[in-house]
Design a protein around this ligand. Sequence first.
Ligand SMILES: NC(=O)c1ccc[n+]([C@@H]2O[C@H](COP(=O)([O-])OP(=O)(O)OC[C@H]3O[C@@H](n4cnc5c(N)ncnc54)[C@H](OP(=O)(O)O)[C@@H]3O)[C@@H](O)[C@H]2O)c1
Length: 319
Amino acid sequence: MRNALQDVFNFDLESSIPDLSNKVILVTGANAGIGKATIIEIAKHNPKRLYASARSRIKFNVAFNDVNDIAPNANIEFLEMDLSSLRSVNAAANKILAENDRLDIIINNAGIMAVPHKTTIDGYEIQFATNHMGHALLVSRLLGLLQKTAALPDSDVRIVNVSSAGHFMAPGKGIVFDKLRTSMKGTHEYAIYGQSKLANVLHAKELARRYPNITSVSIHPGRVGTSLLDHYEGPMAVFQKVYDWMVTPFTPEQGALNQIWAAFGKKSDIKSGSYYTPVGKITRGDCRALDGKIAAELWNWQETEFDRLGYSSQGVEKL
Ligand SMILES: NC(=O)c1ccc[n+]([C@@H]2O[C@H](COP(=O)([O-])OP(=O)(O)OC[C@H]3O[C@@H](n4cnc5c(N)ncnc54)[C@H](OP(=O)(O)O)[C@@H]3O)[C@@H](O)[C@H]2O)c1
């Protein structure tokens, strides 16, 4: 049955999600906002295994304690992962590898926006670390399993990076490689967010180029009413409030539709490497998001970092 939110986009959720009983699916940042709405929708379609990542068991329990009212018999599994710590991401990847002989879909959804300048335990700028580096390591560690799954008959392996139209706000060079291992004090928090979201688009494009047997895309969910910016008190806060008053943000359920479409929509409708705005509209994005040189440089930079810190994926064919 259609509901009001689907009418906003003329998008039929029921017919868009096929039977998921043979699919293993992972959604990051699943305990709140768009990620939680995504998990609840997927859970209604009987997935073989559905991993919902959160920073702690408590956050997971709070988010999903009443989920059976919405999706009876939903079997949602907790995956502990702090995306701002490569050690935590590595441990989560090891758990997935130990528990599964296939992995069909990853939705890289977790994110932070415009938090105060800081470096992570691994020494990276925190928005870049959380929004990009954590997800890049997760995918890197799981590529072998994704490729093995992609080789199975009738498989349809997908990686969906939840980016943002905010990627247009990235600083002039796009990715400021020589500052990624600093807090980037002196660069506006919105521009740093833009850099991390540009990295999400470039990462999907580079994955699509290197691994054509996997469908990799990035999406913008639209402006969505979540707690993403609740902490923000900087000068842009007033502008953001006025903007939200003018546009009326989507609900988290509406905001989840584009990534649900990208993960489960008809394969023939989805072009690997593309950037989509709601729902399913292929969009050019910022010119720096089309720059293959920056995409390759980002890939080499992150792989060098993973090697340096001892997180390279043994046994995975690195292209
Ligand atoms: N809302 C919008 O208007 C909008 C627009 C464009 C793009 N997006 C993107 O949409 C995605 C979801 O955002 P949202 O609006 O749903 O925000 P949200 O309600 O704040 O949810 C963000 C999720 O990411 C998780 N997360 C944050 N830092 C993490 C970390 N270090 N490790 C693991 N998980 C972490 C949060 O967990 P905790 O509860 O532990 O913090 C939460 O589950 C983000 O990637 C965001 O950039 C949102």
